[in-house]
Design a protein around this ligand. Structure first.
Ligand SMILES: *Cc1c(COP(=O)(O)O)cnc(C)c1O
Length: 359
């Protein structure tokens, strides 16, 4: 199997061990004589996969199964932008939103359809080149929504904000399972799996059971958190294969030594790249203005001399590095270094950054 260094922001690189085990499962699952793609979602072979993945997810995150539950839903993180306010807001109730990137902007747009949105803080005035500094939460708000890692702009929240009595909710799509974090601070957090947790097709929603109990009963069944909680994410056919692969990724994370080991490696990989960029301030310009706000997952930068951009990308391609082109709204380059991205790939990019700067 040929492997290149895939810096894509999502769908993104998966561990080779997971790809190999998943290929086996595509052929046959659990000596059943059937492929994972063929089994009933109500049968015992799939049920074992489903409940194992759910338990593992809560265990890896350090959450108590008595207090928290995990749902496996379709529709991507984008569906959560709408489903969350639909389940918690009414035309006269308030939700706080911290807006630090384009995904946050999209989340706000949907929430406004259902209730009153208060912007608790935003760095839009700085074109999202840093995180907002002063946050103001509304006493009595139904929830406060943050984005833990801004995938497009390359910023990441280090310390979760103190929201007082307001339940903290997060879009953690691009850094879930990437570091140790006190996950009990969240009332609910969600993530499309395709960045750090598995393939596209499933969205993880992890929530405090007491918070889910406050969700509205007056929403269509398929969009109701309560429906999915009551039926253990088996109300309708779940994205079976994606959940299976998420389970394999979680097994891989545990084998690596859990979130502590994963975090250490992610820090090392990111430092390699940031150090290389910082070594040549005349050549590279990190797009994030505040050092402490820099993401360990998505490293965004430009060349001071934009006319060399094409040469930079072609040189990267020649070294078997793909997916480095930045998001169209930020421009420049973006190196995504999710959990499964190998250390050797980070070394290869760092070396290339040194070589290119000296040309
Ligand atoms: C990718 C991404 C999304 C969108 O996810 P979909 O699963 O494609 O809907 C939302 N929020 C963040 C932070 C993301 O990185």
């Amino acid at each position: 199997m040929k492997r290149i260094y895939n810096f894509s922001a999502g769908p993104a690189v998966l561990p080779v061990e997971v790809l190999e085990e998943a290929s086996q499962g595509v052929r046959e699952i659990h000596d059943s004589g059937m492929s994972i793609l063929e089994v009933s979602h109500r049968g015992k072979d799939y049920e074992a996969v489903h409940f194992d993945a759910k338990e593992r997810l809560l265990r890896v995150l350090g959450l108590d199964v008595q207090e928290y539950t995990a749902l496996f839903l379709g529709g991507g993180a984008s569906l959560q932008f709408a489903m969350l306010p639909m389940n918690y807001l009414t035309s006269d109730t308030v939700a706080d939103y911290v807006v630090a990137g384009e995904w946050g902007v999209k989340a706000v747009k949907e929430a406004k359809r259902f209730g009153v949105v208060h912007i608790a803080g935003t760095s839009e005035g700085d074109r999202f080149a840093c995180l907002p500094t002063s946050l103001q939460f509304t006493p009595g708000a139904r929830y406060a929504h943050i984005t833990t890692n801004n995938t497009i702009e390359g910023t990441q929240v280090r310390d979760l904000p103190d929201t007082g009595d307001v339940p903290l909710v997060a879009d953690a799509s691009s850094d879930i399972l990437s570091r140790r974090l006190d996950h009990t601070r969240f009332s609910l957090f969600y993530a499309g799996a395709q960045k750090n947790a598995g393939p596209a097709g499933v969205t993880l929603v992890i929530a405090r059971k007491a918070f889910l109990a406050q969700a509205s009963d007056d929403v269509p069944a398929i969009l109701s958190y309560k429906t999915h909680e009551k039926s253990d994410s088996l109300y309708n056919t779940p994205p079976v294969f994606s959940i299976y692969v998420v389970g394999l990724v979680l097994k891989w994370i545990e084998a690596q030594g859990g979130l502590e080991a994963i975090e250490r490696r992610n820090e090392e990989k990111a430092s390699l790249i940031y150090d290389a960029l910082d070594a040549y301030p005349d050549v590279y310009e990190p797009t994030v203005r505040v050092r402490e706000d820099r993401s360990r997952m998505n490293i965004t930068f430009r060349l001071r001399d934009a006319s060399r951009e094409r040469a930079f990308l072609e040189g990267a391609q020649a070294r078997e590095m793909d997916g480095l082109k930045g998001h169209r709204s930020v421009g420049g380059f973006r190196a995504s270094l999710y959990n499964a991205f190998p250390m050797e790939g980070a070394c290869a990019l760092a070396e290339y950054l040194h070589d290119f700067a000296k040309r």
